[in-house]
Write a protein that binds this ligand. Structure first.
Ligand code: SME
Length: 137
């Protein structure tokens, strides 16, 4: 899909705020469905650059959320077999889908260098963030 500069500027600010203020959020980014294709495209993010700018539906934690429409909390990435490693420092991951008119159009993806850091409070908070993001897309 086409880039939308004003929206991307706001999304990068959200990434920066989350990474700055929550110590165990070490890589924060957005992936969006690529139009009608069954793949995700990396959007705005903060943290180490990743080679995984395109992720097919079903592949990795992100690709699984694209098809499940459910939050995916991974306390220990080394225990996952369908996982795409972006950095060897990452210990845990959380992915929350973004819905627009009931449709899963993307997700927020957060990697942590801390083992098992995510609680239900993170899920509720990030669902709230994703609802706000859906409202500006
Ligand atoms: N770990 C993700 C890939 C994206 S990176 O974390 C930025 C996954 O398994 O889908």
């Amino acid at each position: 899909s086409e880039t939308n500069k004003p929206v991307d500027t706001r999304l990068i600010k959200i990434c920066k705020l989350l990474e700055k203020h929550i110590s165990y959020y070490n890589w924060v980014g957005f992936y969006f469905r690529n139009g009608g294709k069954e793949e995700l495209i990396l959007g705005p993010y903060i943290g180490e650059p990743t080679d995984h700018t395109v992720i097919p539906f079903g592949k990795g934690i992100c690709g699984q959320v694209a098809v499940s429409n459910e939050n995916f909390v991974v306390p220990d990435v080394s225990a996952q077999d369908n996982y795409i490693a972006c950095s060897i420092t990452v210990k845990a991951e959380i992915v929350i889908p973004i819905f627009v008119n009931g449709e899963n159009i993307g997700q927020i993806d957060i990697d942590s260098n801390t083992p098992d850091p995510f609680t239900e409070a993170d899920e509720r908070f990030l669902e709230f963030v994703c609802e706000k993001v859906a409202g500006i897309l």
